[in-house]
Design a binder for this molecule. Structure first.
Ligand code: NGQ
Ligand code: ZN
Length: 469
């Protein structure tokens, strides 16, 4: 191989490769941040830096509504006799109604820095607040999307931008509610927005996809037309949709069509491996078999789903059916890849009365099995080359701190398990590289302090009603 001076290297005593844990791994990447060598059983050498502990692949975060980070923790009180997803949503809409572009950018910038410090190296932004506070488009219709692109660029996180199509408030063409006016656009205006955003996305290595918000928000004709238009622009673009998160949605879909949401979608849309079915909490056994067979990714958001009382995804059945899955932090009640893994496995334990539910026959270490599955599924849903520590993938790496109290003195796989299951809300993430570029050192992003300050200011402004329309 022609050696270039711009090649960078890292030596890891333990590294989690797609095939499992390997010892003495030499990682090398080129000037584009692409891995060109991943060799186990290598010799240490004085001129190659050594990672501070086990190296794991960066986790893609496959579902984010960035603005909701500034709203996290603010709905944890009983507001009516029985609170629910729907009462939370009413409060969330009041918050969404207030946000201004520069505020969104500050929130997203801090959120993406938090993500990097917590082991996420890429994010899929499911972006639906498009318009000004009165519902009219901004002078540049892409204004808020551009804020997210800029926030991701500043933080140095990989981005898949998913502009959201939102048209109705429920099944059967019910008109949008006033609280949804910032989200609404025609199918044509969505296709124009995508065209407008494409050069900016390409320039920063972001991937552009599309998100029909849900079957509640996008009528059948619009779904067909927008997918047709997307196909013409980019036939491999990722498509994400919220689906079957709440039993109320399943009941309304049955009343409207006689079919369950996932059943309806599979009967009416070309669902395949480019799709991500976000939540997909309430599936019948037949839907599990059919949806898994399409190759689509189930986009699980364990802490948000717990926070909102959604229900428990049928993970053992999904795994038996060969279903792909990945992780999202969605409403950002929690921004920590390890804690999402813990919540997912614990919800399965509570439900099944068993332990190590998500271990597989090939990989008995449950944290390892889950990390590898979530990285593969997350990369697929992101439609970017971020599928772990393998030649040809981007060098998105997380080095854990072998000296962290929870990890010290353990072996590589046990260190990783302790990071996920026994780190007591502290973080063992030491260094994070995105596309080969070091973004977090000693657990800190260089912009941590100013970005946190800007976030706190913006949250205070929004809550005090300054800048409200
Ligand atoms: C959202 N969030 O779009 O932010 C949704 C709530 C809806 C989650 N589903 C709104 N977690 O689904 O109508
Ligand atoms: Zn969502």
């Amino acid at each position: 191989m022609a050696e270039s001076t711009s090649t960078q290297r890292l030596f890891a005593t333990d590294a989690l490769l797609p095939s499992g844990w390997a010892r003495d791994v030499l990682l090398a990447w080129d000037a584009n941040g692409q891995l060109i060598e991943v060799t186990a059983g290598s010799a240490m050498s004085a001129d190659v830096p050594v990672a501070a502990g086990p190296v794991i692949p960066g986790m893609p975060n496959l579902h984010s509504h960035a603005f909701q980070r500034a709203f996290a923790g603010l709905t944890e009180y009983r507001g009516q006799e029985q609170d629910s997803f729907w009462s939370w949503r009413a409060l969330m809409y009041q918050f969404a109604a207030r946000i201004r572009p520069e505020q969104l950018q500050a929130i997203a910038n801090w959120l993406y820095i938090e993500m990097l410090e917590a082991g996420y190296t890429a994010v899929c932004e499911f972006h639906y607040v498009h318009h000004d506070q009165d519902g009219s488009p901004y002078a540049d219709d892409a204004a808020l999307s551009l804020c997210l692109l800029s926030a991701a660029r500043t933080a140095g996180i990989g981005l898949t931008l998913l502009p959201v199509l939102y048209q109705t408030s429920g099944f059967g063409n019910t008109p949008p509610m006033p609280g949804q006016r910032r989200f609404i656009r025609s199918t044509d205006s969505m296709l124009r927005l995508l065209e407008h955003l494409r050069p900016t996305c390409d320039a920063q290595g972001a991937r552009l996809g599309l998100a029909p918000h849900s079957l509640r928000a996008v009528p059948p004709d619009s779904l067909r037309e927008v997918l047709h238009g997307l196909q013409a622009q980019d036939p491999t673009a990722p498509v994400h949709i919220h689906i079957a998160e709440q039993t109320g949605e399943v009941d309304s879909c049955l009343a409207w069509s006689g079919q369950r949401p996932v059943e309806w979608l599979l009967n009416h849309a070309p669902v395949d491996a480019h799709w991500c079915l976000v939540h997909a909490t309430h599936l019948s056994p037949a839907e599990i078999a059919r949806a898994a067979a399409t190759g689509a990714v189930a986009g699980l958001c364990p802490t948000t789903e717990a926070n909102l009382g959604d229900g428990i995804f049928a993970m053992p059945a999904w795994q038996r059916a060969g279903g792909h899955w990945g992780l999202g932090s969605d409403s950002h009640a929690c921004v920590n890849a390890a804690e999402e893994l813990l919540m997912l496995e614990y919800s399965q334990r509570l439900h099944t009365g068993q332990r190590n539910v998500l271990a597989t026959p090939e990989q008995p270490q449950v944290a390892t099995a889950m990390t590898l599955a979530a990285v593969a599924g997350g990369a697929q849903a992101s439609a970017r080359p971020i599928a772990g520590l393998a030649v040809g993938q981007q060098a998105d790496l997380v080095a854990l701190d072998a000296k962290h109290l929870a990890l010290a003195g353990l072996n590589g796989p046990d260190k990783h398990s302790a990071h996920v299951f026994a780190s007591h809300r502290s973080s063992a993430v030491q260094s994070v590289w995105v596309g080969g570029k070091l973004q977090v050192e000693q657990g800190r992003h260089p912009l941590h302090t100013p970005a946190a300050r800007a976030f706190i200011d913006v949250r205070r402004q929004i809550l005090s009603g300054k800048g409200c329309g």
